[in-house]
Design a protein around this ligand. Structure first.
Ligand SMILES: [Zn+2]
Length: 466
């Protein structure tokens, strides 16, 4: 294959700015400052796309960069804080297919975003040391310089969601089709804006320690629109202590939910009632009355007599590949209307993602789904992320979800922490046999009577955080 030298041309660097959410002031000022500094040193072009889904935004920005004659494209995400020498350092490796700064995930356990393939073809964390430029199989995309002369050698579209995410797929195409290099430059430390702090490579140990040792009151979670107190240094233990004192320590919350309108859940609903526990049942109206599924009379009993919440799991039980974003919203709204028509109004707007965000591949649909729901229950994030209607609550690692397996639930109940929410959910009774379920209810009742936990429905969570 012909070796290309990008240096034959004077570099023209497109600065790609995909933005689909609000940009916080700290990021805004940082981006203005660093881009102003870069413009004195390099020929740059700003290329921004607001409000587009990320894969499409990256594709469109890339093609705009190519049509404007850019030799390179630097993608900057709107939750990244950048050092001003970043572009100079990245351009030292301008002949590589891609080179990224060092960034960590913004939620616990804050892993580096860089991967290598193991011998079985699975991605493993690359575990990059400090102050080196190393080759990896896949890097981050939000602080990353792409060599467009090399990218042009690949088939379009450049960004696709295939076996992996769009960023990983592009890296693998560069490696497999061009035999080219993907680099991470760990001299470049990127700040990743999280809910309560900016996650920097140098702060990881402190943040992990704080997570493991401290109790963070749920009620002190800052809405996303009010993160003006975000600083580069993490909050001290003293700050957290003061918050706890001020707000009072909340008991651990246990929340039980049931999906897919399985017939077995009728007896669970009755069992819950016997212990005066309110459950949340996420249903698909299209499945009501089918074999092995709940019928309307049973749902009436569960709601009217046993006081459970009947909530939205979409009209049909499908994942994102089966529906457009418009069809998804229509399906959610149709289900909400059905809930209202049947006087299950408490569950209207409470939405559980079929298969979770990962299994159902909902990630790119989330901005629209968030706009059309009050609260989203997502079971497939590693530690259970929880959104509400205006995207203002993110429990991050204070909400843990455990599905179906009562053994795990018993283990969890021995280790519960204040100010954490534990979501136990049940799809069916594959692992949860009746005597075990009964035992679980007894245990919950015992802990509640001893004042050690609170048991809430998902509707209670919305009220508590509204
Ligand atoms: Zn389901």
């Amino acid at each position: 294959m012909e070796k290309l030298k990008a240096t034959e041309k004077e570099p023209l660097i497109g600065i790609g700015l995909p933005i689909c959410d609000m940009v916080i002031p700290t990021v805004y000022y940082n981006h203005l400052a660093v881009i102003a500094a870069w413009s004195t040193q390099f020929k740059i072009e700003l290329i921004g796309i607001p409000g587009m889904k990320i894969t499409r935004a990256r594709e469109t920005i890339t093609r705009m960069g190519m049509s404007r004659g850019c030799t390179h494209l630097l993608f900057i995400d709107s939750d990244h804080i950048l050092p001003s020498n970043m572009l100079t350092l990245l351009m030292q490796n301008q002949d590589a297919a891609m080179v990224s700064g060092l960034i960590h995930k913004k939620i616990y356990p804050y892993e580096q975003v860089a991967f290598v393939l193991d011998k079985d073809g699975s991605l493993q964390d690359a575990l990059i040391p400090e102050n080196v430029v190393v080759e990896v199989d896949s890097c981050a995309m939000g602080c990353t310089l792409i060599n467009l002369e090399k990218l042009k050698l690949l088939n379009r579209p450049y960004f696709t969601n295939g076996h992996f995410r769009h960023d990983i797929n592009l890296c693998l195409k560069f490696k497999n089709e061009l035999g080219d290099r993907i680099l991470v430059d760990s001299r470049i430390h990127i700040g990743h804006v999280g809910m309560r702090e900016i996650v920097y490579p140098k702060n990881i140990d402190i943040l992990r320690k704080r997570h493991d040792e401290t109790v963070v009151p749920t009620t002190s979670v800052r809405p996303l629109g009010e993160v003006s107190d975000i600083t580069a240094s993490p909050m001290t233990e003293k700050d957290v202590d003061a918050d706890i004192k001020e707000l009072g320590v909340n008991k651990p919350v246990i929340c039980l939910s049931f999906d897919d309108c399985c017939l077995s859940q009728y007896k669970y609903g009755r069992g819950l009632k016997a212990y005066d526990i309110v459950g949340t049942f996420f249903i698909n109206p299209s499945m009501i009355g089918l074999a092995d599924h709940l019928n309307i009379a049973q749902l009436r009993m569960m709601h009217d007599e046993w006081n459970h919440i009947i909530a939205n799991h979409m009209w049909e039980h499908v994942g994102a590949p089966s529906l457009s974003v418009e069809e998804t919203i229509e399906s959610i709204k149709k289900t909400d209307t059905w809930l209202l028509d049947n006087k299950f109004e408490e569950g209207c707007g409470l939405f559980a993602l079929p298969y979770g965000s990962v299994g159902g591949r909902w990630n790119e649909y989330m901005p629209e789904i968030i706009k059309n729901t009050k609260l989203i229950r997502d079971v497939s994030n590693y530690d259970g992320v929880h959104y509400n209607g205006d995207n203002s609550i993110d429990y991050n690692n204070r909400l843990y979800a455990f599905g179906d397996d009562t053994d795990v639930m018993f283990k969890i109940l021995d280790k519960i922490k204040n100010d954490h929410i534990y979501l136990f959910y049940f799809h069916n009774d594959q692992k949860t046999f009746d005597p075990e379920f009964e035992r679980l209810l007894e245990k919950l009742d015992e802990l509640r009577t001893a004042g050690k936990i609170e048991i809430k429905s998902i509707a209670d969570l919305v009220q508590a955080t509204a």
